[in-house]
Design a protein around this ligand. Structure first.
Ligand code: SAM
Ligand code: SF4
Length: 349
């Protein structure tokens, strides 16, 4: 390894060891799956994510431009072994340049698999353009099918838009369409079975995600969380679930065949059955910070380095160094656990 020569601002251009190869951490994990947050803004206010009044949004000047995003994604793919790119947020459909960013990403070689996580508001209009741009798959977040409860959970009366967006994604061939649901104790636990029935009927793949301590108001408690065990107990009261034996690899969802299959349901037990040991993710925030984990307390500032003139090799090296220090696990059960200062919407879920 050689060293990049130091340049004026020590914060921005501190020497970084020159490297080559992919994003490997000290525990031998290799990050090949990149989550890119395109904005911290959102048009919903899911109670477990954002306060009703919203958050202090990032100033526009700090948000990466479309060109800057595509450049960093290109470096990830061409130099660092990224093979999957998922665009998220905040709400990624709020970003006007989304189809262009997707098209530029799918044009990279080797072509990464490109997907989107969205609340689906506006998707009924945008699905064809996204499919045209080469988007492979889509995950839609939906926690209830009851219009009143949707309003209560998100502070917006937009359930019909979400259902129309889901149908449009399927019709545009963005399949398999996956639905992500978070259950909150005493609020939408009873929605588990209706959500599964709806997804079975429409050919969507449902996955439940355990609520994580990533809410903006730091109100999460382990005791209040609906666990994977609780979710499975509810589902098995209405359906027969048998473990799907297909190798899970680094995929976070444990899957079950529903009523003998072929339809499946997944549970992402991020808290109670952590999959950190197989984690293959790296994250880029909307303001150009690399995070090696959702729960990381440190970030690596690629935006400032990039705007100060760093070349591709230096940016790749900074990304490698940021990966090295990834902790072995999220440590939620550790008494010393501290919630990251950024909420999920500002990290990119
Ligand atoms: N706005 C888009 C959406 O809702 O799909 C993308 C961003 S959102 C932060 C991504 C995913 O994170 C959603 O499926 C949402 O349900 C999930 N999420 C947000 N806060 C969470 C939390 N505290 N625990 C678990 N999942 C959370
Ligand atoms: Fe917005 Fe997604 Fe957060 Fe809901 S979960 S407030 S849709 S960013």
């Amino acid at each position: 390894m050689t060293t990049v020569s130091s340049l004026p601002d020590p914060q921005v251009r501190a020497p970084v060891p020159r490297g080559s190869g992919g994003l490997v951490d000290r525990h031998g994990r290799v990050a090949t799956d990149l989550r890119v947050s395109l904005t911290d803004r959102c048009n919903l206010r899911c109670t477990y994510c954002m306060p009703p009044e919203g958050l202090d949004w990032l100033p526009k000047v700090e948000v990466l431009t479309d060109e800057e995003i595509v450049r960093l994604v290109r470096i990830g793919v061409e130099q660092l072994g990224i093979r999957e790119v998922r665009f998220t947020g905040g709400e990624p459909l709020l970003r006007p340049g989304l189809p262009g960013i997707v098209a530029a990403t799918t044009a990279l070689a080797p072509r990464p698999e490109v997907s989107l996580t969205t609340n689906a508001i506006g998707l009924s209009r945008m699905a064809p353009a996204l499919a045209e741009a080469g988007l492979d798959r889509i995950n839609v977040s939906l926690d209830t099918l009851d219009r009143e409860r949707f309003k209560q959970l998100t502070h917006r009366d937009r359930l019909p838009d979400v259902l129309a967006g889901l149908a449009a994604a399927r019709d545009a061939g963005l399949t398999p369409v996956k639905v992500n649901a978070v259950l909150l104790r005493g609020i939408n636990e009873a929605d588990a079975v209706p959500l599964l029935d709806y997804c079975l009927e429409h050919g969507y793949q449902l996955r439940f995600i355990e609520q994580m301590p990533l809410d903006a108001h730091h109100a999460w408690t382990r005791g209040e969380m609906v666990t994977a065990e609780d979710i499975l107990a509810r589902l098995t009261a209405a359906h027969t679930l048998t473990p799907d034996v297909e190798d899970r690899g680094a995929a976070p969802a444990e899957r079950w065949l529903v009523d003998g299959g072929p339809a499946t349901v997944g549970v992402i037990a991020s808290v109670t059955r952590s999959f950190c040991g197989a984690c293959d993710r790296t994250r880029l925030t909307a303001d150009g910070q690399i995070r090696n984990c959702l729960f990381a307390r440190e970030e690596s500032d690629l935006r400032t380095a990039m705007r100060a003139g760093a070349d591709d090799e230096e940016l790749a090296d900074r990304w490698r160094v940021a990966t090295l220090g990834k902790l072995p696990g999220h440590g939620i059960d550790d008494p010393s656990f501290l919630q990251p200062s950024r909420p999920m919407s500002a990290i990119g879920g």
